[in-house]
Design a binder for this molecule. Sequence first.
Ligand SMILES: Nc1ncnc2c1ncn2[C@@H]1O[C@H](COP(=O)(O)OP(=O)(O)OP(=O)(O)O)[C@@H](O)[C@H]1O
Ligand SMILES: [Mg+2]
Length: 335
Amino acid sequence: MSQHTSALAIETAGLVKTFGETRAVDGVDLAVPAGTVYGVLGPNGAGKTTTVKMLATLLRPDGGEAHVFGHDVVREADEVRGRVSLTGQYASVDEDLTGTENLVLLGRLLGHHKKAARERAGRLLEAFGLSEAAARQVKHYSGGMRRRIDIAASILNTPDLLFLDEPTTGLDPRSRNQVWDIVRAVVAQGTTVLLTTQYLDEADQLASRIAVIDHGKVIAEGTKGELKASVGAGTVHLRLRDSGRRPEAAEILRRSLDARVQLEPDPVALSARLGSATGDTAAEQASRALAELARTGITVDNFSLGQPSLDEVFLALTGHPTDDTDDTDAEEMAA
Ligand SMILES: Nc1ncnc2c1ncn2[C@@H]1O[C@H](COP(=O)(O)OP(=O)(O)OP(=O)(O)O)[C@@H](O)[C@H]1O
Ligand SMILES: [Mg+2]
Protein backbone atom coordinates (compact mmCIF):
# COMPACT_ATOMS: atom_id res chain seq x y z
CA MET A 1 0.00 0.00 0.00
CA SER A 2 2.58 2.55 -0.98
CA GLN A 3 0.15 4.47 -3.16
CA HIS A 4 -2.95 6.02 -1.67
CA THR A 5 -5.72 6.98 -3.97
CA SER A 6 -7.25 10.16 -2.63
CA ALA A 7 -10.65 8.83 -3.67
CA LEU A 8 -10.47 6.23 -0.92
CA ALA A 9 -11.66 7.17 2.56
CA ILE A 10 -10.51 3.88 4.03
CA GLU A 11 -7.99 1.36 2.80
CA THR A 12 -6.94 -1.67 4.79
CA ALA A 13 -4.66 -4.56 3.94
CA GLY A 14 -4.53 -7.75 5.96
CA LEU A 15 -5.89 -6.08 9.08
CA VAL A 16 -5.72 -8.37 12.13
CA LYS A 17 -6.85 -8.13 15.75
CA THR A 18 -6.66 -10.99 18.18
CA PHE A 19 -8.02 -11.29 21.70
CA GLY A 20 -6.28 -14.28 23.28
CA GLU A 21 -7.27 -17.23 21.13
CA THR A 22 -9.92 -15.30 19.21
CA ARG A 23 -8.95 -13.86 15.86
CA ALA A 24 -11.65 -11.20 15.98
CA VAL A 25 -10.42 -9.61 12.74
CA ASP A 26 -8.51 -12.04 10.60
CA GLY A 27 -6.93 -10.36 7.60
CA VAL A 28 -9.45 -7.81 6.39
CA ASP A 29 -8.91 -5.90 3.14
CA LEU A 30 -11.24 -2.96 2.58
CA ALA A 31 -11.34 -0.13 0.05
CA VAL A 32 -14.02 2.40 0.88
CA PRO A 33 -14.63 5.11 -1.73
CA ALA A 34 -14.96 8.61 -0.28
CA GLY A 35 -18.37 10.23 -0.29
CA THR A 36 -20.37 7.01 -0.11
CA VAL A 37 -22.05 4.79 2.44
CA TYR A 38 -20.10 1.56 2.77
CA GLY A 39 -21.88 -1.30 4.47
CA VAL A 40 -20.15 -3.89 6.62
CA LEU A 41 -22.62 -6.69 7.03
CA GLY A 42 -22.17 -9.57 9.43
CA PRO A 43 -23.73 -11.55 12.29
CA ASN A 44 -22.95 -11.22 16.01
CA GLY A 45 -19.27 -11.63 16.71
CA ALA A 46 -18.21 -11.28 13.07
CA GLY A 47 -15.65 -8.62 13.92
CA LYS A 48 -17.52 -5.47 12.84
CA THR A 49 -17.01 -3.40 15.99
CA THR A 50 -13.40 -4.49 16.33
CA THR A 51 -12.73 -3.37 12.76
CA VAL A 52 -14.43 -0.02 13.37
CA LYS A 53 -12.48 0.54 16.58
CA MET A 54 -9.18 -0.03 14.80
CA LEU A 55 -10.14 2.37 12.02
CA ALA A 56 -11.22 4.97 14.57
CA THR A 57 -7.85 4.56 16.37
CA LEU A 58 -9.47 3.19 19.54
CA LEU A 59 -7.80 -0.21 19.20
CA ARG A 60 -4.33 -0.98 17.93
CA PRO A 61 -4.16 -3.56 15.12
CA ASP A 62 -2.02 -6.67 15.71
CA GLY A 63 -1.25 -7.01 12.03
CA GLY A 64 -1.76 -5.48 8.63
CA GLU A 65 -2.30 -1.83 7.81
CA ALA A 66 -5.12 0.65 7.73
CA HIS A 67 -5.23 4.12 6.25
CA VAL A 68 -7.96 6.71 6.66
CA PHE A 69 -7.79 9.42 4.02
CA GLY A 70 -4.24 8.27 3.43
CA HIS A 71 -3.22 8.50 7.09
CA ASP A 72 -1.91 5.45 8.90
CA VAL A 73 -4.22 4.72 11.84
CA VAL A 74 -1.29 3.87 14.12
CA ARG A 75 1.49 6.25 13.08
CA GLU A 76 -0.78 9.18 12.22
CA ALA A 77 -3.56 8.58 14.71
CA ASP A 78 -4.01 12.29 15.46
CA GLU A 79 -4.64 13.16 11.82
CA VAL A 80 -7.13 10.32 11.60
CA ARG A 81 -8.93 11.40 14.79
CA GLY A 82 -9.26 14.89 13.42
CA ARG A 83 -11.31 13.64 10.50
CA VAL A 84 -13.52 10.92 11.93
CA SER A 85 -16.44 10.63 14.27
CA LEU A 86 -17.96 7.61 15.88
CA THR A 87 -21.42 7.32 17.38
CA GLY A 88 -21.51 6.25 20.99
CA GLN A 89 -17.85 6.98 21.61
CA TYR A 90 -16.64 10.50 20.84
CA ALA A 91 -20.19 11.66 21.13
CA SER A 92 -20.47 11.24 24.86
CA VAL A 93 -24.05 12.20 25.48
CA ASP A 94 -24.76 12.93 29.13
CA GLU A 95 -27.90 11.19 30.40
CA ASP A 96 -28.70 13.90 32.94
CA LEU A 97 -28.59 16.76 30.46
CA THR A 98 -31.35 17.65 28.04
CA GLY A 99 -30.99 17.21 24.30
CA THR A 100 -30.26 20.89 23.82
CA GLU A 101 -27.82 21.07 26.71
CA ASN A 102 -25.88 18.10 25.36
CA LEU A 103 -25.51 19.49 21.87
CA VAL A 104 -24.68 23.00 23.05
CA LEU A 105 -22.09 21.66 25.47
CA LEU A 106 -20.45 19.49 22.81
CA GLY A 107 -20.53 22.41 20.37
CA ARG A 108 -18.78 24.58 22.93
CA LEU A 109 -16.20 21.84 23.51
CA LEU A 110 -15.59 21.78 19.78
CA GLY A 111 -14.81 25.48 19.93
CA HIS A 112 -18.04 27.04 18.71
CA HIS A 113 -19.21 30.28 20.28
CA LYS A 114 -22.30 30.08 22.45
CA LYS A 115 -24.62 31.58 19.87
CA ALA A 116 -23.32 29.38 17.04
CA ALA A 117 -23.48 26.31 19.29
CA ARG A 118 -27.11 27.08 20.20
CA GLU A 119 -28.08 27.61 16.58
CA ARG A 120 -26.42 24.43 15.41
CA ALA A 121 -28.00 22.47 18.27
CA GLY A 122 -31.44 23.81 17.38
CA ARG A 123 -31.04 22.97 13.73
CA LEU A 124 -29.83 19.45 14.42
CA LEU A 125 -32.59 18.75 16.94
CA GLU A 126 -35.14 19.87 14.42
CA ALA A 127 -33.59 17.89 11.57
CA PHE A 128 -33.55 14.80 13.78
CA GLY A 129 -37.17 15.20 14.84
CA LEU A 130 -36.17 15.94 18.43
CA SER A 131 -37.44 19.51 18.81
CA GLU A 132 -40.21 18.47 21.14
CA ALA A 133 -37.82 16.46 23.28
CA ALA A 134 -35.14 19.16 23.24
CA ALA A 135 -35.80 20.25 26.82
CA ARG A 136 -36.10 16.72 28.19
CA GLN A 137 -33.28 14.84 29.92
CA VAL A 138 -31.72 12.28 27.62
CA LYS A 139 -32.28 9.51 30.17
CA HIS A 140 -35.99 9.83 29.45
CA TYR A 141 -35.56 9.39 25.68
CA SER A 142 -36.82 6.30 23.90
CA GLY A 143 -34.31 3.98 22.22
CA GLY A 144 -34.91 5.59 18.84
CA MET A 145 -34.58 9.12 20.18
CA ARG A 146 -31.40 8.16 21.99
CA ARG A 147 -29.90 6.76 18.80
CA ARG A 148 -30.77 9.96 16.96
CA ILE A 149 -29.25 12.27 19.56
CA ASP A 150 -26.10 10.12 19.49
CA ILE A 151 -25.81 10.60 15.75
CA ALA A 152 -26.64 14.30 16.03
CA ALA A 153 -23.83 14.69 18.56
CA SER A 154 -21.39 12.86 16.33
CA ILE A 155 -22.00 15.16 13.37
CA LEU A 156 -21.89 18.48 15.21
CA ASN A 157 -18.63 19.13 13.44
CA THR A 158 -19.43 17.59 10.06
CA PRO A 159 -16.79 14.83 10.03
CA ASP A 160 -15.18 13.60 6.81
CA LEU A 161 -15.81 10.04 7.89
CA LEU A 162 -18.57 8.87 10.21
CA PHE A 163 -18.63 5.40 11.74
CA LEU A 164 -22.10 4.14 12.53
CA ASP A 165 -21.90 0.86 14.39
CA GLU A 166 -25.27 -0.89 14.11
CA PRO A 167 -27.19 2.39 14.35
CA THR A 168 -30.62 0.76 14.12
CA THR A 169 -30.28 -2.51 16.01
CA GLY A 170 -33.29 -2.84 18.27
CA LEU A 171 -35.21 0.08 16.80
CA ASP A 172 -38.81 -0.10 15.58
CA PRO A 173 -39.43 0.32 11.82
CA ARG A 174 -40.35 4.00 12.11
CA SER A 175 -37.23 4.89 14.06
CA ARG A 176 -35.13 2.87 11.66
CA ASN A 177 -36.51 4.89 8.78
CA GLN A 178 -35.70 8.13 10.58
CA VAL A 179 -32.12 7.03 11.15
CA TRP A 180 -31.86 6.01 7.48
CA ASP A 181 -33.01 9.46 6.41
CA ILE A 182 -30.38 11.02 8.65
CA VAL A 183 -27.66 8.85 7.15
CA ARG A 184 -28.74 9.89 3.66
CA ALA A 185 -28.67 13.55 4.67
CA VAL A 186 -25.21 13.19 6.20
CA VAL A 187 -23.83 11.63 3.02
CA ALA A 188 -25.47 14.28 0.88
CA GLN A 189 -23.27 16.78 2.76
CA GLY A 190 -20.16 14.97 1.59
CA THR A 191 -19.40 12.79 4.61
CA THR A 192 -18.30 9.22 4.02
CA VAL A 193 -20.18 6.74 6.20
CA LEU A 194 -18.99 3.33 7.29
CA LEU A 195 -22.08 1.55 8.49
CA THR A 196 -22.06 -1.80 10.23
CA THR A 197 -25.27 -3.75 10.32
CA GLN A 198 -26.77 -7.18 10.80
CA TYR A 199 -29.59 -6.35 8.41
CA LEU A 200 -29.33 -6.99 4.72
CA ASP A 201 -32.20 -4.61 3.98
CA GLU A 202 -30.42 -1.81 5.81
CA ALA A 203 -27.26 -2.28 3.78
CA ASP A 204 -29.47 -2.49 0.71
CA GLN A 205 -31.23 0.78 1.54
CA LEU A 206 -28.15 2.81 2.32
CA ALA A 207 -24.90 1.36 1.09
CA SER A 208 -23.42 1.56 -2.39
CA ARG A 209 -20.93 -1.17 -1.68
CA ILE A 210 -21.10 -3.92 0.90
CA ALA A 211 -18.52 -6.16 2.53
CA VAL A 212 -19.93 -9.28 4.16
CA ILE A 213 -17.81 -10.44 7.06
CA ASP A 214 -17.89 -13.62 9.08
CA HIS A 215 -15.42 -14.87 11.66
CA GLY A 216 -13.19 -11.87 11.06
CA LYS A 217 -12.91 -12.43 7.31
CA VAL A 218 -14.46 -10.70 4.31
CA ILE A 219 -16.39 -13.45 2.56
CA ALA A 220 -17.93 -11.28 -0.16
CA GLU A 221 -17.59 -7.72 -1.38
CA GLY A 222 -19.23 -5.75 -4.08
CA THR A 223 -21.99 -3.40 -5.09
CA LYS A 224 -25.47 -4.06 -3.75
CA GLY A 225 -26.45 -5.44 -7.14
CA GLU A 226 -23.57 -7.89 -7.20
CA LEU A 227 -24.28 -9.05 -3.69
CA LYS A 228 -27.98 -9.50 -4.28
CA ALA A 229 -27.36 -11.40 -7.49
CA SER A 230 -25.30 -13.89 -5.51
CA VAL A 231 -28.05 -14.24 -2.94
CA GLY A 232 -31.12 -14.55 -5.11
CA ALA A 233 -34.32 -12.60 -5.30
CA GLY A 234 -36.01 -13.60 -2.07
CA THR A 235 -38.00 -16.37 -0.51
CA VAL A 236 -41.59 -17.44 -0.97
CA HIS A 237 -43.31 -18.85 2.09
CA LEU A 238 -46.44 -20.94 1.55
CA ARG A 239 -48.99 -22.61 3.79
CA LEU A 240 -51.15 -25.22 2.14
CA ARG A 241 -54.69 -26.24 3.07
CA ASP A 242 -53.79 -29.92 2.91
CA SER A 243 -50.50 -31.26 4.28
CA GLY A 244 -50.91 -34.38 2.13
CA ARG A 245 -50.26 -32.36 -0.98
CA ARG A 246 -47.03 -30.83 0.22
CA PRO A 247 -44.64 -33.20 -1.60
CA GLU A 248 -46.47 -32.50 -4.84
CA ALA A 249 -46.36 -28.72 -4.19
CA ALA A 250 -42.65 -28.91 -3.46
CA GLU A 251 -42.08 -30.68 -6.74
CA ILE A 252 -44.04 -28.05 -8.66
CA LEU A 253 -42.07 -25.24 -7.05
CA ARG A 254 -38.80 -26.95 -7.86
CA ARG A 255 -39.82 -27.45 -11.47
CA SER A 256 -41.45 -24.10 -12.17
CA LEU A 257 -39.04 -21.88 -10.29
CA ASP A 258 -35.63 -23.45 -10.30
CA ALA A 259 -35.75 -22.71 -6.58
CA ARG A 260 -34.30 -24.37 -3.50
CA VAL A 261 -37.37 -25.72 -1.73
CA GLN A 262 -37.43 -26.30 1.97
CA LEU A 263 -40.03 -28.23 3.96
CA GLU A 264 -40.75 -26.41 7.21
CA PRO A 265 -41.37 -28.12 10.59
CA ASP A 266 -45.04 -27.16 10.27
CA PRO A 267 -46.44 -29.96 8.01
CA VAL A 268 -48.42 -27.57 5.80
CA ALA A 269 -45.60 -25.06 5.34
CA LEU A 270 -42.85 -24.86 2.77
CA SER A 271 -40.58 -22.19 1.41
CA ALA A 272 -38.69 -21.68 -1.81
CA ARG A 273 -35.61 -19.56 -2.23
CA LEU A 274 -35.86 -17.80 -5.56
CA GLY A 275 -32.92 -17.51 -7.89
CA SER A 276 -32.03 -14.33 -9.71
CA ALA A 277 -30.65 -16.07 -12.77
CA THR A 278 -33.82 -15.83 -14.85
CA GLY A 279 -33.95 -12.06 -14.57
CA ASP A 280 -37.57 -12.24 -13.42
CA THR A 281 -38.41 -10.35 -10.28
CA ALA A 282 -39.32 -12.27 -7.16
CA ALA A 283 -42.95 -11.19 -7.62
CA GLU A 284 -43.06 -12.52 -11.18
CA GLN A 285 -41.57 -15.84 -10.14
CA ALA A 286 -43.92 -16.12 -7.18
CA SER A 287 -47.04 -15.46 -9.21
CA ARG A 288 -45.94 -18.05 -11.75
CA ALA A 289 -45.60 -20.61 -8.97
CA LEU A 290 -48.99 -19.73 -7.49
CA ALA A 291 -50.66 -20.08 -10.88
CA GLU A 292 -49.06 -23.48 -11.34
CA LEU A 293 -50.25 -24.67 -7.93
CA ALA A 294 -53.78 -23.41 -8.63
CA ARG A 295 -53.83 -25.28 -11.94
CA THR A 296 -53.00 -28.50 -10.12
CA GLY A 297 -55.78 -27.88 -7.61
CA ILE A 298 -53.51 -27.31 -4.62
CA THR A 299 -55.05 -24.75 -2.26
CA VAL A 300 -52.70 -22.19 -0.79
CA ASP A 301 -54.05 -20.71 2.45
CA ASN A 302 -51.30 -18.26 3.06
CA PHE A 303 -48.53 -16.79 1.03
CA SER A 304 -45.76 -14.30 1.65
CA LEU A 305 -42.77 -13.05 -0.23
CA GLY A 306 -39.75 -12.22 1.90
CA GLN A 307 -36.61 -10.25 1.16
CA PRO A 308 -33.47 -12.32 1.44
CA SER A 309 -32.37 -12.36 5.07
CA LEU A 310 -28.85 -12.24 6.41
CA ASP A 311 -29.17 -15.98 6.97
CA GLU A 312 -29.95 -16.47 3.31
CA VAL A 313 -26.97 -14.34 2.33
CA PHE A 314 -24.77 -16.56 4.40
CA LEU A 315 -26.35 -19.71 3.09
CA ALA A 316 -25.76 -18.50 -0.45
CA LEU A 317 -22.18 -17.39 0.17
CA THR A 318 -20.92 -20.10 2.48
CA GLY A 319 -23.32 -22.97 2.04
CA HIS A 320 -24.14 -22.83 5.76
CA PRO A 321 -26.34 -20.53 7.85
CA THR A 322 -24.91 -18.03 10.30
CA ASP A 323 -23.91 -19.99 13.35
CA ASP A 324 -24.26 -18.63 16.83
CA THR A 325 -21.93 -21.18 18.35
CA ASP A 326 -19.62 -18.30 19.20
CA ASP A 327 -21.47 -17.24 22.30
CA THR A 328 -18.77 -15.07 23.84
CA ASP A 329 -20.28 -11.75 24.71
CA ALA A 330 -19.48 -9.16 22.10
CA GLU A 331 -18.51 -5.99 23.82
CA GLU A 332 -20.87 -3.07 23.61
CA MET A 333 -19.67 0.03 21.86
CA ALA A 334 -20.72 2.62 24.39
CA ALA A 335 -18.05 2.84 27.02
N1 LIG B 1 -12.24 -6.73 24.29
C1 LIG B 1 -12.42 -7.99 23.88
N2 LIG B 1 -11.88 -9.02 24.56
C2 LIG B 1 -12.04 -10.30 24.15
N3 LIG B 1 -12.73 -10.66 23.05
C3 LIG B 1 -13.31 -9.69 22.34
C4 LIG B 1 -13.19 -8.30 22.71
N4 LIG B 1 -13.85 -7.56 21.79
C5 LIG B 1 -14.38 -8.43 20.90
N5 LIG B 1 -14.04 -9.71 21.21
C6 LIG B 1 -14.41 -10.91 20.45
O1 LIG B 1 -14.05 -10.69 19.10
C7 LIG B 1 -15.04 -11.21 18.21
C8 LIG B 1 -15.56 -10.09 17.34
O2 LIG B 1 -16.29 -9.18 18.12
P1 LIG B 1 -16.94 -7.85 17.57
O3 LIG B 1 -17.47 -7.11 18.74
O4 LIG B 1 -15.97 -7.15 16.70
O5 LIG B 1 -18.12 -8.43 16.69
P2 LIG B 1 -19.34 -7.67 16.00
O6 LIG B 1 -19.34 -8.09 14.58
O7 LIG B 1 -19.26 -6.23 16.30
O8 LIG B 1 -20.60 -8.34 16.72
P3 LIG B 1 -22.02 -7.69 17.17
O9 LIG B 1 -22.89 -7.72 15.97
O10 LIG B 1 -22.50 -8.65 18.22
O11 LIG B 1 -21.76 -6.31 17.70
C9 LIG B 1 -16.08 -11.86 19.10
O12 LIG B 1 -15.78 -13.22 19.20
C10 LIG B 1 -15.89 -11.15 20.43
O13 LIG B 1 -16.32 -11.97 21.49
MG1 LIG C 1 -20.50 -4.90 17.30
